[in-house]
Ligand binder design. Structure first.
Ligand SMILES: NC(=O)c1ccc[n+]([C@@H]2O[C@H](COP(=O)([O-])OP(=O)(O)OC[C@H]3O[C@@H](n4cnc5c(N)ncnc54)[C@H](O)[C@@H]3O)[C@@H](O)[C@H]2O)c1
Length: 284
């Protein structure tokens, strides 16, 4: 089946980035969220992203207008019946995702592939609430979506070879580099990267070094462009904690225990850049 129209569910940070990338690549996109305010915020993000691409000379003003003309933003799930492909980017909560997929399974044509942009939740239980587990897959984009090359393509237990092939090809058409992995909590990226961040927080918690020292060793010693604590501030400490809790709950292995300092900082509202304070201060 040819993919022309894409439905993106969730107009947040990731949803709006995914919409931008599809629209820029020539696909018709319908973006849905729960309220007109959220839709408007999502569209403002898409426009901001396109303006950034203009400043980088990646697209022209005409390209921006053409991309925007391909996007419909609505609270109405009606456009789901016309979609050829679906990417879900709602909250990272298994029940919210399952509910969205039950609904999508009812309204989307049976041949349509449903993809989740989850960053840590297993794919197979989401696929199981639909009547098409063979046409269900993880398509994990990274933030900021227009800039990040990687798309982790995650096969659920029953994902077909054909579905996998279509999604790998689709990621390439978006200018991304797909990497194929199998279903497991956190897949490869979040499992390795978030656990590394958690370990960096443990270093701080146990007095091994200051935030600057912990970040410097990883930048200079491991060649990372940013230190793990700087990245945690950028992602949001609440997101890091949530992923650690998912890994711990799913694997039931103490090596995935979130550092108590991380938990305490989230409880105190020190979430990183978005609240002005995390491992570093951004208040100035
Ligand atoms: N933020 C990141 O760095 C990042 C990176 C990779 C993957 N992800 C994953 O992407 C997904 C979305 O994350 P985000 O950061 O964009 O979150 P977000 O909170 O910015 O956006 C989520 C959006 O989904 C909407 N939503 C929730 N329930 C809905 C429903 N039933 N129907 C329609 N819309 C609904 C919300 O209103 C919100 O606008 C999560 O699964 C997250 O784990 C996030």
């Amino acid at each position: 089946m040819e993919i022309n129209k894409v439905l993106v569910v969730g107009a947040g940070v990731m949803g709006s980035g995914i919409v931008q990338v599809f629209a820029q690549s020539g696909y018709g996109v319908c973006m849905i969220d729960r309220s007109s305010d959220l839709i408007a915020k999502g569209m403002a993000n898409v426009e901001k992203g396109l303006d950034k691409a203009i400043r980088k000379n990646a697209i022209s003003v005409e390209d921006k207008q053409a991309a925007l003309a391909r996007v419909t933003a609505t609270v109405d799930w009606g456009c789901a019946s016309e979609a050829d492909f679906v990417v879900e980017a709602v909250f990272e909560d298994m029940e919210v995702k399952k509910e969205s997929f039950r609904r999508l399974d009812e309204v989307c044509r049976p041949e349509v592939i449903l993809a989740s942009n989850t960053s840590s939740l297993p794919i197979t239980p989401m696929a199981a609430v639909t009547s098409r587990p063979d046409r269900f897959i993880g398509m994990h984009f990274f933030n900021p979506v227009p800039a990040m090359k990687l798309v982790e393509v995650i096969r659920g237990y029953l994902t077909s070879d054909e579905t996998n092939r279509i999604v790998v090809e689709l990621a390439r058409k978006l200018g991304k580099t797909p990497v194929e992995v199998n279903d497991a909590p956190g897949f490869a990226m979040s499992r390795i990267f978030i656990v590394m961040i958690n370990e960096a927080v443990y270093c701080l918690y146990e007095g091994v070094g200051t935030p600057q020292a912990v970040d410097e060793v990883m930048k200079l010693g491991a060649g990372h462009p940013m230190g793990p604590l700087e990245v945690a501030d950028l992602l949001g400490l609440d997101i890091v904690l949530h992923i650690m809790d998912v890994l711990h709950a799913e694997f039931k292995d103490s090596k995935y225990r979130a550092c108590p300092l991380l938990r305490k900082m989230v409880a105190a509202g020190e979430l990183g850049r978005k609240t002005g304070r995390g491992f570093y201060s951004y208040e100035a």
